[in-house]
Design a protein around this ligand. Structure first.
Ligand code: DGL
Length: 276
């Protein structure tokens, strides 16, 4: 009989950003296998409507279920904001998004209750971080700011560039004026420019990286459901342990993935996701 514990975890994003979540899962749960899907043909999700984001996310969930995953991590803030509540209603495997783990951490570490959230226009427009934070901490003051230029800057590799720093100064000025003491990096690309953001906000503002918290909560979920992988993968098995699929531009994805993940990613396969 199939041992469900040894099945892979499905991780998906609109493109490359979710690799920051996959990387945390690899670090924190080295025994787990991962099937990653990046929707590189239809990225960005951050400027699309809820119905489109939901349709895309449902197709990806169908693809991942076909890969026989034991759980699904929605490693995209925009998809977590707009699609996760619908997906989890009828998904046969446990699901987790990136928003609730980030909100919980921010509420637990803020000292003055003023929490900034940055993300795509869709994520900030959804108000979902504020909704969760108000539930967890009714006295919280939540200040959101969409930062649409950050994703292209990250994808251009300008992680510690003066241009990125200048854009960050402009985006974050209002939040700093309002004296936030905690800032949620509410988009999967942003941990990659964490250093630049940290330089702009200064040491008194604590940065929350939901990728880290999501991996922690996923680990707990797997333990609670007795689904945690027990067998350590064979030496040199990274290629079969981690499998990557995209909807377009496989080679560009592979190169980007290799710049942030330390295991050599030899291939990414292209899938026609519209067929799902
Ligand atoms: N991965 C998306 C997110 O975390 C950002 C990129 C996009 O707009 O699709 O919101």
């Amino acid at each position: 009989m199939e041992n469900r514990k040894e099945l892979p975890i499905g991780v998906f994003d609109s493109g490359v950003g979710g690799l920051t979540v996959a990387r945390e899962i690899m670090r924190q749960m080295p025994n787990e296998k991962i099937v990653y899907f990046g929707d590189t043909a239809r990225v960005p999700y951050g400027s699309k409507s809820q119905s489109t984001i939901l349709r895309y996310s449902r197709q990806i969930v169908r693809f991942l279920l076909e890969q026989n995953v034991k759980a699904i991590a929605v490693a995209c803030n925009t998809a977590s904001a707009y699609a996760l509540p619908e997906i989890e209603k009828d998904c046969p495997v446990p699901t987790i998004g990136v928003i609730l783990p980030g909100a919980r951490t921010a509420a637990s570490i803020t000292r003055n209750g003023k929490i900034g959230v940055i993300g795509t226009s869709a994520t900030i427009g959804s108000g979902i971080y504020a909704d969760y934070l108000k539930e967890i901490m009714p006295s919280a003051q939540v200040l959101g700011r969409a930062c649409p230029l950050f994703c292209p800057l990250v994808e251009e590799g300008l992680w510690e560039d003066p241009v990125t720093e200048e854009i960050a100064r402009r985006y974050l000025a209002d939040l700093l004026d309002q004296e936030i003491d905690t800032l949620i990096l509410g988009c999967t690309h942003y941990p990659l420019i964490r250093r630049t953001i940290g330089k702009v906000v200064g040491p008194d503002v604590q940065l929350v990286n939901p990728a880290y918290e999501t991996a922690q909560e996923l680990g707990q979920l797997l333990r609670d459901m007795d689904l945690q992988a027990e067998e350590a993968p064979a030496l040199g098995a990274a290629e079969s342990q981690y499998r990557f699929f995209v909807s377009d531009m496989a080679e560009k994805f592979r190169q980007f993935a290799n710049s942030i993940i330390k295991y050599g990613i030899l291939s990414a396969k292209t899938v026609n996701i519209e067929e799902y």
